[in-house]
Design a protein around this ligand. Structure first.
Ligand code: FES
Ligand SMILES: [Fe+2]
Length: 452
């Protein structure tokens, strides 16, 4: 049924009731192609989007091609060393200009009519250029590569926006920025993305990927094999001291302690005795460089940070960057990269690689479980599609509302981070009557958290 604001989208997408302590999400949000299109227009075309890390294009002329919000892009460092994001579309008649996934090149040549462009955007050559000569130099100028309207970087993380009027990146990132800074502070020499991309498709809506990452509740039941393995290695898995925060602007954070070791920062027996010595030396260096209090936040806590709408940073045993690219309402492309300290000791690097692929990698002990969960939701919600009985076609995310009423900090095993995400989603879509609130919402939601 069309919403009252003429958007054609349904109302009552999110219904929260503070008398009944329930929070429900209309399942149409996961399956509707109209909503998917509205998201493209109102979220992906308007927001900042994570493009990549500057170390992925470390040298002049390095490039990667990448699609964001359905738009093909060239992410490169030009011959002068400047980071660029070009629309991967030939200014002549729109053909995909660069068809390689990555490489190094000063020039991009379109295969259709062989127009050639420098990686700084200038036209380098046009076959049979004489035919345009009368049009003057403005003609060549108008045929330069088209840049994404906005590009800004925070601590090596490169963001772009198709919206020229988007607020400056620091303002947009808000409290999320410091968690990215903490990542860059983990090592004296800084961090770099390791070569190789983990790329996989999921038959599920992108928002299920965000929910899954912000959902500590599923950890023990869904990942019981992994939890069993951790127990066997003598590591006690606990949900105590694990908290969830909404950081504003749709960003959210889980802070996990007692979750597992952190390579080169928090040692545990499965890392081996040699790594213990290296960890102690590195921790002493961190204390000197950052001061003990900051070092404690940077080193001892694991974080899962979601930066609205397409970036997930898993700062756990190792550091994994995950980017979500919605392809259709029921299909998401996921790309992941590993971020590691520059110039790291070879044994530590080897341990890091092994540990990272064993849990968060697509063939690890956890990620296949998560993908199965989020594809199973997408299949399962078909059961209630178009069911007109009240409340039938809704999913429940009420866990922990009672703690919000009491003013107790929400835990990672509650669903408060998801509630914040969904409220922001309705707001970004701008559907009047999309969010229906009844009863008194407590004033103090999960608060932002700044350790500076
Ligand atoms: S479309 Fe690229 S050269 Fe014609
Ligand atoms: Fe999981």
């Amino acid at each position: 049924m069309p919403g009252p604001d003429g958007t054609g989208l349904p109302g009552r997408l999110v219904v929260e009731d503070w008398d009944a302590l329930t929070f429900r999400v209309n399942r149409v949000a996961y399956r509707s192609e109209e909503i998917f299109q509205a998201e493209r227009d109102r979220i992906w075309a308007r927001s900042w989007l994570y493009l990549g890390h500057e170390t992925e294009v470390a040298e002049p002329n390095d490039f990667k091609t990448r699609t964001l919000g359905g738009r093909p892009l060239i992410f490169c460092r030009d011959s002068g060393g400047e980071i660029r994001a070009w629309l991967n579309s030939c200014p002549h008649r729109g053909t995909i200009l660069c068809r390689e996934r990555e490489g190094s090149s000063k020039l991009f040549q379109c295969f259709y009519h062989a127009w050639t462009f420098r990686n700084s955007g200038d036209v380098a050559a046009i076959p049979g250029k004489d035919a345009y000569e009368a049009a003057g130099p403005e003609f060549l100028d108008s045929m330069r590569l088209r840049a994404v309207p906005r590009l800004e970087t925070h601590e090596g993380f490169v963001f772009v926006s198709f919206n020229p009027d988007v607020p400056p990146l620091p303002e947009y990132l808000g409290d999320a920025a410091d968690y990215m800074t903490m990542i860059s502070e983990q090592h004296e020499a800084g961090m770099e993305v390791l070569p190789g991309t983990q790329l996989y498709g999921v038959r599920g809506n992108w928002k299920l990927g965000v929910e899954n990452a912000m959902d500590g509740y599923h950890f023990a039941p869904t990942h019981n094999t992994f939890v069993g393995y951790l127990r066997e290695t003598g590591f006690a898995v606990t949900d105590d001291d694990q908290y969830a925060y909404n950081l504003g602007n749709g960003h959210s954070l889980l802070v996990l302690t007692g979750h597992g070791g952190r390579i080169s920062m928090v040692w545990e027996p499965r890392f081996g005795e040699d790594e213990k010595r290296r960890t102690e030396a590195h921790r002493a260096e961190m204390d000197r460089r950052l001061g003990p209090e900051r070092a404690r936040y940077v080193a001892d806590e694991s974080h899962i940070l979601f930066v609205w709408p397409n970036l997930l940073l898993f700062d756990l045993e190792g550091l994994s960057i995950r980017q979500l690219e919605p392809v259709a309402a029921d299909h998401t492309e996921v790309r992941a990269w590993q971020l590691a300290p520059r110039g790291e000791d070879a044994d530590t690097r080897a341990l890091r690689m092994k540990t990272m692929v064993s849990f968060v990698g697509p063939g690890g002990l956890a990620t296949p479980d998560d993908i199965e969960a989020y594809e199973a939701v997408q299949r399962g919600i078909e059961a209630t599609a178009a069911d007109t009985r009240a409340g039938m076609d809704y999913s429940d995310m009420s866990r922990g509302m009672i703690d919000e009423v009491k003013g107790v900090q929400g835990r990672s095993i509650d669903e408060g981070a998801m509630r914040g995400f969904w409220r922001h989603w309705v707001d970004a879509l701008g559907v009047e009557d999309g969010l229906v609130v009844s009863g008194n919402r407590p004033e103090r939601f999960l608060e932002g958290r700044n350790v500076r």
